[in-house]
Design a protein around this ligand. Sequence first.
Ligand SMILES: Cc1cc2nc3c(=O)[nH]c(=O)nc-3n(C[C@H](O)[C@H](O)[C@H](O)COP(=O)(O)O)c2cc1C
Length: 125
Amino acid sequence: MRPLKLSRSFTLMEPGPVVLVTTRDGRKNNIMTISWTMVLDFTPAFAITTGEWNHSYTALRKNKECVIAIPGADMLDTVVGIGTCSGADTDKFAKFGLTPVPGKQVKAPLIKECLANIECRVVAS
Ligand SMILES: Cc1cc2nc3c(=O)[nH]c(=O)nc-3n(C[C@H](O)[C@H](O)[C@H](O)COP(=O)(O)O)c2cc1C
């Protein structure tokens, strides 16, 4: 065992699974990686944790919708890559060779290469 800063202790208990969250700010699609996820109930409702330091946050707060996309294990490098660059200066669909698919319920795009896509509306923030 080795000492860990108290401020990093949350990293020992982060829940999963790791997902990709897409948003659309009106003009551009974006994707971010989120591991801080939780199923809240069977309605269904999900919790994700993020904040204003991410570019996705503005679109998420403004449009109150997103897509939670479930990547396969084969997308590991893509998932880490998406989570270490910003939509502020990067088109992540182009950079990571992903295909946006129009949703039926929300303007945020589905990701064709993912195993599943859940169209979501923000009900609480
Ligand atoms: C494996 C992994 C998990 C992550 N989990 C979260 C998370 O739960 N919440 C969060 O706000 N950021 C998380 N991030 C960081 C964001 O994905 C990252 O800041 C991203 O660049 C934000 O993109 P954006 O600025 O285009 O919105 C994670 C990154 C990685 C690589």
